[in-house]
Design a protein around this ligand. Structure first.
Ligand code: 8YV
Length: 323
C-alpha cells in the first residue's frame, strides 16, 4: 500500500510511526524546515491521518487542506480535539482506541484516589526530605466510609466502579442515561450526585457538551470533606472555580491527571500541598500505549485494504458497519 500517503499529525510512539511507514508512505511535516509549506505541498495527496489529542485541534479549516482524506486514526479513546461533525460532512471516517486502555486508566484512577486521600506523594516527599527523623507523618483522611460518585459511567467509568466495589465503597453515578441493568444509584444532575457522595470521579468524554460540567455549584455540593478526581479531560472541570474551592476549603482535596491547558498547569495548583497532580499519564504504560498504537496502525491497514475501520467513533459515517 506504498501508494497510499499518510500524514502523521505529530510525533507518535515508534510503534505507530514505524508501523505506518512500513505499510504506507508516511509524512512527518514537523521534521521539515518549513512544516507549513511541506504540508501545503503534500496535502492534496494525503488519504489517511494518524494523530492524537496532543497534536492540537483538527477542525474544518484543517481538513480543507486535505481534500482526499478518507480516515483519521486517532491515538487515544477521547477524540474531543477532532471536529467529528466536520469530518462526517466530508465523508471522513474517524477511529479511536477504545477498550485497550480501559483497565489501565481505571487502575490509574484508583491509584490517584488512594494517593490523594492518603497523601502518598506528600508522605514520600516527607521521608525524602528527612522530616521523618524529627516526627511522624500527620494522620490523613480515609477512604473508609466514603461514597464514590462517578460522572460518566461509560467503559472506563464502569471499570472504576468495579474496582471501587472491591474496595467496599458504595457507588452512585450521573450520566446522559440511567442504566437500569446496573446496581448503582443514579442522580439526575452532577450537583445532585456531588451532594450524595464524598468522592467525585470525573470520567466523562471532553468536548463542548461536557465543558465545565463540574462548576462552582457542583464543588459546593461536594462539600468540605469531598475529593475530586479527574482522569478525563481538563475542560470538564472549571479550573478557576476548582482552585477557589481548594483554597477556601469548599472541598478537601483533588487528584488531577488532566488540565484545561496541558501541559501548562496553573501555579496556584502546583503550589498547593494538599492536591495530587499527574502529567496526563492515565493510559501511559508501555503495554497499553503499544496496544493503542497497534490499533491506530490496524485501523489504517483495515481501511486501506477495503475491510472498513475496526473501531470507528459513533459519530462517524461508518459507525455500526465495522469490519
Ligand atoms: C491520550 C487520552 O490520548 O485516550 C485518551 O483519551 O487522554 C490519552 O490516552 C494520550 O495521552 C495520547 O495523546
Amino acid at each position: 500500500m506504498k501508494d497510499v500517503e499518510i500524514l502523521l499529525g505529530g510525533p507518535m510512539p515508534p510503534l505507530v510511526m514505524d508501523g505506518v511507514a512500513t505499510s504506507f508512505t508516511a509524512h512527518r511535516p514537523w521534521e521539515a524546515a518549513d512544516p507549513a509549506a511541506y504540508l501545503a505541498g503534500i496535502g492534496p495527496r494525503i488519504r489517511g491521518l494518524a494523530t492524537s489529542s496532543s497534536h492540537g485541534r483538527i477542525d474544518d479549516a484543517y481538513l480543507a487542506h486535505l481534500p482526499r482524506l478518507e480516515i483519521i486514526a486517532s491515538y487515544g479513546v477521547g477524540y474531543d480535539s477532532i471536529d467529528v461533525a466536520a469530518a462526517a460532512r466530508r465523508g471522513i471516517v474517524v477511529t479511536n482506541t477504545p477498550d485497550v486502555l480501559t483497565d489501565e486508566v481505571a487502575d490509574l484512577a484508583l491509584g490517584l484516589l488512594l494517593a490523594t486521600v492518603r497523601q502518598l506523594p506528600q508522605a514520600d516527599r516527607f521521608l525524602r526530605s528527612g522530616r521523618w527523623l524529627e516526627k511522624s507523618f500527620p494522620l490523613t483522611a480515609t477512604l473508609r466510609e466514603r461514597k464514590v460518585g462517578i460522572l460518566g459511567l461509560g467503559r472506563i467509568g464502569k471499570a472504576i466502579a468495579r474496582r471501587c466495589e472491591a474496595f467496599g465503597l458504595p457507588i452512585a453515578y450521573h450520566g446522559r442515561h440511567r442504566q437500569d441493568d446496573l446496581p448503582y444509584a443514579f442522580y439526575g444532575t452532577p450537583a445532585e450526585l456531588a451532594a450524595a457522595v464524598d468522592v467525585l470521579m470525573v470520567v466523562t468524554p471532553g468536548g463542548t457538551g461536557t465543558r465545565h460540567l463540574v462548576d462552582a455549584s457542583v464543588l459546593q455540593a461536594l462539600g468540605p470533606t469531598g475529593i475530586l478526581i479527574n482522569v478525563s479531560r481538563g475542560s470538564v472541570v472549571d479550573e478557576a472555580a476548582l482552585i477557589r474551592a481548594l483554597r477556601d476549603g469548599t472541598i478537601l482535596s483533588a487528584g488531577l491527571d488532566v488540565f484545561e491547558d496541558e501541559p501548562r498547569v496553573p501555579s496556584e495548583l502546583v503550589e498547593m500541598e494538599h492536591v495530587v497532580l499527574l502529567p496526563h499519564v492515565g493510559s501511559g504504560s508501555v503495554h497499553t500505549r503499544n496496544a493503542m498504537g497497534q490499533l491506530v496502525v490496524d485501523n489504517l491497514a483495515a481501511w486501506f485494504s477495503g475491510k472498513g475501520p475496526l473501531t470507528p467513533v459513533p459519530e462517524t459515517p461508518w459507525a455500526g458497519r465495522t469490519a
